[in-house]
Ligand binder design. Sequence first.
Ligand SMILES: Cc1cc2nc3c(=O)[nH]c(=O)nc-3n(C[C@H](O)[C@H](O)[C@H](O)COP(=O)(O)OP(=O)(O)OC[C@H]3O[C@@H](n4cnc5c(N)ncnc54)[C@H](O)[C@@H]3O)c2cc1C
Length: 510
Amino acid sequence: MPVDVIWFKKDLRVRDHQPLIEAAKSCNNLLFLFLVEPERLELEDTDHIHIEWELDNAEELAKSLAAIGGHLHIKFENAIRALQSFHEEFEIGRIFSHQETGNSWSYQRDLQVKEWCNLNKVEWLEFPTNGVIRGLTDRDLWKKKRDSRMRIELLEPPNLESRSVPNPDIFDRTSIGLNPRKLSFNREPGESAAATRLADFLGHEAKNFQWGISSPVNAVKFGSGLSPYLTVGAISMRRVVQTTNDRIHEIRTKPDIVSDAKMWLKSLASFRKRLAWRCHFIQKLEMESDLDLVAQNKIIDSNLNRVMDEERFIRWKTGTTGWPFLDACMRQLASTGWINFRMRAMIMSAASYNLWLPWRDAGCHLAKQFIDYEPGIHWSQVGMQSGTTGINTIRAYSMTKQGKDQDPEGDYIRKWIPELSMVPTKYIHEPWKMPIEVQENVSCLIDTQYPSPIVDEVTSRKEGVNRSYAARSTKESRTQSKLVLQKHGSRTRPRKRKAKKDKSVQQKLF
Ligand SMILES: Cc1cc2nc3c(=O)[nH]c(=O)nc-3n(C[C@H](O)[C@H](O)[C@H](O)COP(=O)(O)OP(=O)(O)OC[C@H]3O[C@@H](n4cnc5c(N)ncnc54)[C@H](O)[C@@H]3O)c2cc1C
C-alpha cells in the first residue's frame, strides 16, 4: 500500500493543521516527516540557532504526534533525496504540506520538489498558511480574504489510529555538526509552551503592551514574545487571532474583570494590528519571491550605491561603534537572539544611513541574530528601514535620542556594556564627552576601553538622509515606486491620501 507523506515545514504543531487533518482522511499509511536540509547550514541568512530551535520544536511535535498515534521521522537530508528514498521504500502516493513563503532558497527547493513530484507522478497537496494568500498579483482583495481566513474555526488534531509508519531511527543532533551560539535567554519549545505564552500574555502583560514595547527593557516584559513560536509554526496565526478576539470580547462585555478596561482594549487592539502586519509583510514575499536578494525599488537601490566598508560593518556587528545605546542593543541581540521592533528599526537605520552599508549584508547578519527570523517580515522591514522601497517615509533614527528616551538613567547601557558600567549618567549616552579626569576615575579611557563614535552621528545621518531623498526623487525611481505601491501597498487607507503623503515625505527625527 502506498504511503502519504505529511511534510512538516514551518508548522510544527498538531492543532489547527489542515494538512494533518486532510491526510488523516486518507486510507493510505501515513509518514510524518521533518527535514533538516544540510544546504541550509550554508546559507547566508540561516544560523545554527535557527536549526536548533526548529529541532527543539520538532522534538515536542514528535511527542504530540505520538499522543495521537503518529511517529515523526526527523531526517538530516536533502529534500529530493529524502523523498526519493522513501518513495523507493514505500511508494509515496501523495505529499501533504502547508504552503511555504520562505527565502529564495526554499522557493527554489519547492520548485525542485514540484518537478520531482511531476516526474514521479506524486500528488503534492499544499494548504494555505496564516493569512498569506497564494496567487494574488496585487493587494485589492487581500485584507478581505485574510480576515475571512482568520475567522475559520480552529481544527482539532485527528486520531491517527495505527496507520503511521514507525520510525526505527533516533535522530542524533550531534551527528549533523550543529554548533549554535549559546543564548542567554531560554525559551521553552513546543505547542503547549506557545499556548501557555499566549494565555499568560493575554491574561496579564497585554495590558501594558501599547506603551511597553518601545523600550528594549520593557518589551521583554510586556511584548507577547510569540515571534519565535510563530516562526516555526508551533502555534497558528489563526489561533492567536481568535484567542485575542475572545479576550477582547470578554473585556468588552465584562469590563469589571480587569482594572482599566480602556487601557486593556487599546493595547489588545494594537497587538491585533501587529498580527495583521505579520501577514501583510509575509504576503509581500509571497508575491515577490526574491525580496531577500533584490530591493523592491531596484532603481533607488542602484542610485544609493551603498558600499561595503569592512571596518564599519565589523564594528556595527560587534556593538563597538562608540554609540552606547546602539552597541548595547547589538550586544543584547547577540546574547538573547531577540530585540524589540523599535530597536531593530534603529539598528537597521544606523547601518543604512549613518554607516552607508549595503542592506543585504546588514540584513543577513541580523537574520542570523534573530531566533525568530521570518524571511517575509524580515526582508520587507530591511527594505523599509534602509529606504529601498520608495513607498515608505525615510526614518533615520537618532541613537542618542533613542537612548535618552528609552534608557534615561543608562542602566540598560551599563548592563550590556561592562566597559561603561561606572560612567556617570551625565555622560552615559555620550561618553566621549567625559573629561579625561572622569575617564580615569571611572576606568573608562575613550579609545582604549571604549571607542569614540565611528563617525559623527548627526552629520552622517543628515548626509545619509539627503542622499536617500536624492535617490528616490529621479523620474525613474518615482515611476518604480508607483509600481511598488500598486503591488504591495496596504489598501486600508484611501489611496489618494496615501499617494499625497508619499510625495511630501518629511524628514523626521526619530
Ligand atoms: C529590521 C527588522 C527586521 C525584523 N525581522 C523580523 C523577523 O525576522 N521575524 C519577526 O517575527 N519579526 C521581525 N521584525 C518585526 C518585529 O520586530 C518582531 O515581530 C517583534 O519584535 C517580535 O516580538 P514579539 O513577538 O514580542 O512581538 P509583539 O509586539 O508581541 O507582536 C506580536 C506578533 O506580531 C507580529 N509583529 C509585530 N510587529 C511586527 C512588525 N513590525 N511587522 C510584522 N509583524 C509584526 C509578530 O509576528 C509578533 O510575534 C523585524 C523588524 C525590523 C524593524
